[in-house]
Design a protein around this ligand. Structure first.
Ligand code: GLN
Length: 501
């Protein structure tokens, strides 16, 4: 019973609930029993809210029985990344600095879930403050990939991706600053979307690099993703970078035919040693499917997103530019966690300076400290022009390349990750190696346009692979309808990991 409920898509669950075939309580119980079964071997959640979720389920059951109109996510469980504030529920950002922080308000995206009658089931593990690509930077625990528990789920939203892959929730929210939704989605065999910058309010998302952070949805198929994006994409005056325009009805435009749509393949991405042969092969298969649907492919160039390989060392302007800008922004954003108003406070410091210094030294992990130290360096008077200013200029060039590409083609077709999920511990010793996970994803955050990752194949070891479609700003509906068409022809998105607890 539990497993058959947990296998259902979000839209099937909502329909069953609204029709009265399943109560919100039985849905909640089924998912918590699934979580009890698989959570010990995966380590997805930092906080589970079983009691509160059951109380909420009872409220929803009463509301339904009264005949009141139900929200677009009625009765659908959603897992939420632990950097989105949830009123009255711990929000830690997987950091010792915020280990006991209980926010007095909820993020806009979280409020929207509640307004649409979703069931929030808990807060998912992540890299501390969303800095990382493997979820190994969490202060509390690692999360394992449900397809192979010896491997990482990706990051930083690894818990949210693993929750959806392992059927612990049909939907989840994450955040994407350079790939943190798309990369774990690809490695866990689910869909992940980074909306256009400004599509979803950042209010209540703990800030990392504010000029790039976006809240993004995870789902198993395009229809579910359209439901979730439609719920969270709503104007919000509390984030001045959030658009005032209402989002289109993503479900209504889902069935658009793909015929004649032009896909651009960046030569910089497909002729590099940075892309593994298994990923290249899966992408080739996907290209044939799109061609069969009437899509047209042409080579394009996005020169400032190019990937260079010299003596086996990979480098990328986009990654270099991203790590300069994000450290500058992160150092400033994280200054507030000083143990006074927010964050862990040390015991027994002799004076205020020692209190700041010890509180922050004890509160933050190594990767966060690395970025807090790099930020002021790239902004310092001696280096500002060489680093920050130059990165800001390169950012513009990267964005202009993509703008030009979208004059020529409707979508950019790209890999999401260079290869499938890597082993736990494989990249922790070398931060630069870890940063290279972002070679295909960071350009869209720098440019602000939208992009989606869709499951498109499996490696010989049976690990999921993803393809990335990038769209012009505000064209999420195009990403969703094209994904939907692809999923009518393929079954990659349906496959569940053979995970035995
Ligand atoms: N790998 C990126 C980083 O470590 C991912 C950031 C993100 O998207 N949150 O900064």
């Amino acid at each position: 019973m539990c497993d058959s409920i947990c296998e259902k898509t979000a839209s099937a669950l909502r329909n069953a609930f609204v029709r009265g075939d399943l109560s919100a309580r039985s849905i909640t119980e089924a998912f918590f029993s699934r979580i009890e079964q698989v959570e010990p071997s995966i380590g997805t959640f930092i906080t589970l809210t079983e009691e509160a979720t059951l109380r909420r389920a009872d409220v929803l059951d009463k509301k339904r029985a009264s005949g009141a109109p139900m929200g677009t996510l009625a009765g659908v469980p959603v897992a939420v990344k632990d950097n989105l504030c949830t009123r009255g529920v711990k929000t830690t950002c997987a950091s010792r600095a915020l280990k006991d922080f209980i926010p007095p308000y909820s993020a806009h995206a979280v409020d929207r879930l509640i307004e649409e009658d979703a069931l929030i089931i808990g807060k998912t593990n992540m890299d501390e403050f969303a800095m990382g690509s493997s979820t190994e930077n969490s202060a509390f625990k690692i999360t394992r990939n449900p397809w192979d528990t010896g491997r990482v789920p990706g990051g930083s939203s690894g818990g949210s991706a693993a929750a959806v892959a392992a059927r612990m929730a049909p939907l989840a929210l994450g955040s994407d600053t350079a790939g943190s939704v798309r990369q774990p989605a690809a490695l866990c065999g689910v869909m992940g979307l980074k909306p256009t910058y400004g599509r979803v309010s950042r209010y209540g998302l703990v800030a990392f690099a504010s000029s790039m952070d976006q809240v993004g949805p995870f789902a198993r198929n395009a229809e579910d993703m359209a439901m979730l994006l439609g719920a969270i994409a709503a104007p919000d005056r509390r984030d001045s970078t959030c658009t005032n325009h209402a989002a289109p009805d993503y479900l209504e435009t889902l069935e658009r035919p793909l015929n004649g749509l032009k896909f651009g393949m960046p030569k910089e991405y497909f002729t590099t040693d940075g892309l593994s042969p298994v990923a290249a092969e899966a992408l080739d298969g996907a290209r044939k499917v799109f061609e069969g649907l009437g899509g047209q492919f042409k080579e394009i160039s996005i020169p400032h997103s190019r990937i260079d390989v010299e003596d086996g060392r990979i480098s990328s302007f986009a990654v270099a530019c991203y790590y300069i800008l994000c450290t500058a922004e992160a150092a400033s954003n994280l200054a507030r966690f000083d143990g006074v108003r927010y964050g862990h406070r040390t015991h027994g410091a002799a004076d205020v300076l020692e209190m700041y210094s010890k509180s922050r030294s004890e509160g933050f992990g190594d990767e966060v400290k690395r970025r807090i130290m790099l930020g002021p360096h790239v902004l310092s008077s001696g280096y500002y022009e060489a680093y920050y200013l130059k990165a800001a200029r390169v950012r513009r060039l990267i964005a202009e390349d993509l703008e030009r590409a979208f004059d020529e083609v409707d979508l950019v077709f790209a890999p999401t990750t260079p290869s499938p999920a890597f082993k736990i511990g494989e990249k922790t010793a070398d931060p630069l190696e870890m940063y290279l996970n972002d070679i295909f994803t960071s350009s869209c955050n720098l440019a602000g346009n939208c992009a989606i990752s869709i499951p498109c194949g499996r490696s010989p070891e049976g690990l999921p692979l993803g393809l990335q479609l990038m769209g012009p700003r505000w064209e999420e509906q195009r990403l969703l309808s094209v994904s939907h068409a692809y999923q009518q022809q393929t079954r990659w998105h349906d496959a569940a990991p053979h995970h035995s607890p």
